[in-house]
Design a protein around this ligand. Structure first.
Ligand SMILES: NC(=O)c1ccc[n+]([C@@H]2O[C@H](COP(=O)([O-])OP(=O)(O)OC[C@H]3O[C@@H](n4cnc5c(N)ncnc54)[C@H](OP(=O)(O)O)[C@@H]3O)[C@@H](O)[C@H]2O)c1
Length: 365
């Protein structure tokens, strides 16, 4: 039962994606458990809907009241430990205490110094409180937030489209388009929900991308466009440069003196072995530009470096139903040494989705 309700809370929490960050995605479900074999009754469901808005527990309480239910004596399932501090909203723990709930089950302890402690507050008020990691989904929806708080880094999602034989471009660098139209529409939706969309200089030179979210019904946030450009080679006649007045654009470079394009923000980053120190660049993007998550549409060299630096939190691979069969076509990642299988980077497979003849594969670190 606990898993069922925590899963439900997590699915509610996921609805806030793109609207609540840098706050965590949180969902909550209020249940009155049936007695003597009677059926459970769901009194209310809520999620954190927008940054600065009501937290999930208060949304669920309001939902229950709106449904005409008294929540006294009920059990609350939420994905994150209820907060106990006054931020943009009053503490959720207090609301749960005032509402007279009997039990609170949450999936993950709050790592943030300012807001943790809800567990103790609830217990002190006589509410049975426990942390239960039985739902993988409920635990994992807080991953980006916890990563940001603990590591001081944005959550990195890399995305690429490849053929069955793992090629992302022809030998001449042509990659538009490997995946189908529906997959590409999905990429635009992904762009519309993140703080930043990044590419390496190789992709800027080969594809001259815009990196905007087009054809999306509701753009939840306007992503900052980021270019990782070690040597300051960013072309002034690129689409990114020409549209910099309309869309926020940041160049991460160790040679800021080489870049002077109106409307572009230049972030000076250190270099390591002749390449941008990507960890330092990501940290600066978080600290200086408030980036809590970034979608990197990586070419092979950038992907190789991100793998080497262990910087990939999530990977989305659009597998197209084609084979190039050409030795000189570009592999999805290059520049690494992998002479033994120990050096191979492994991921956990999450969601798999068929989209026409393409397959979308979601991986986690
Ligand atoms: N199928 C797909 O999904 C997909 C997606 C993206 C790209 N592509 C294709 O990939 C090709 C481009 O790939 P690419 O490997 O040439 O370029 P890339 O990976 O997009 O960018 C590599 C460049 O980024 C810069 N960079 C900055 N810091 C770096 C670091 N720490 N490590 C590595 N690079 C760093 C370097 O340029 P500087 O030295 O100038 O800084 C480097 O040459 C194109 O053909 C494009 O069409 C395909």
């Amino acid at each position: 039962m606990t898993k069922k309700y925590l899963d439900m809370a997590a699915r509610a929490g996921l609805r806030g994606r793109g609207d609540v960050e840098p706050n965590p995605l949180v969902g909550a479900v209020i249940v009155r458990h049936g007695v003597d074999g009677g059926e459970d009754q769901i009194l209310g469901i809520g999620h954190h809907c927008r940054f600065g808005g009501l937290h999930a527990e208060r949304e669920a309480l309001a939902n229950a009241r709106g449904n005409g239910f008294d929540v006294a004596g009920s059990t609350v399932y939420c994905t994150l430990e209820p907060c106990c501090h006054v931020g943009k909203q009053p503490p959720c723990s207090e609301a749960l205490i005032e509402a007279g709930v009997s039990e609170v089950v949450y999936a993950r302890r709050d790592p943030a110094e300012v807001s943790r402690g809800g567990h103790e507050l609830l217990e002190a008020a006589g509410i049975k409180t426990s942390c239960d990691d039985v739902s993988e989904l409920a635990v994992s929806i807080s991953d980006p937030f916890i990563h940001m708080v603990k590591a001081g880094l944005p959550w990195v999602v890399v995305k690429w489209a490849q053929t069955i034989d793992g090629r992302i471009a022809t030998s001449a660098g042509e990659s538009q388009w490997i995946s189908n139209e529906r997959s590409r529409a999905m990429v635009h939706r992904m762009r519309s929900r993140v703080d930043a969309v990044g590419v390496g200089m190789g992709t800027v030179l080969a594809d001259d991308p815009m990196l905007t979210a087009r054809g999306v019904r509701r753009v939840r946030r306007s992503a900052v466009r980021v270019v990782f450009d070690t040597h300051g080679r960013f072309p002034v006649d690129s689409k990114l440069a020409e549209s910099a007045g309309a869309y926020q654009t940041v160049i991460c470079t160790s040679r800021p003196e080489h870049i002077s394009v109106a409307g572009i923000r230049v972030l000076e980053c250190p270099a390591l072995d002749g390449k941008l120190d990507l960890k330092a660049a990501l940290r600066l993007l978080h600290v200086e530009c408030g980036v809590s998550n970034i979608l990197i549409e990586a070419g092979p060299r950038l992907l190789g470096s991100l793998l080497d630096g262990d910087l990939i939190d999530e990977a989305v691979v659009h597998l197209a139903a084609g084979i190039m069969g050409d030795d000189s076509a570009r592999a999805c990642a290059t520049g690494r040494e992998c002479s033994s299988l120990d050096q191979m980077k492994r991921f956990k497979l999450g969601r798999v989705k068929r989209v026409g003849d393409d397959v979308h594969l979601h991986y986690r670190k």
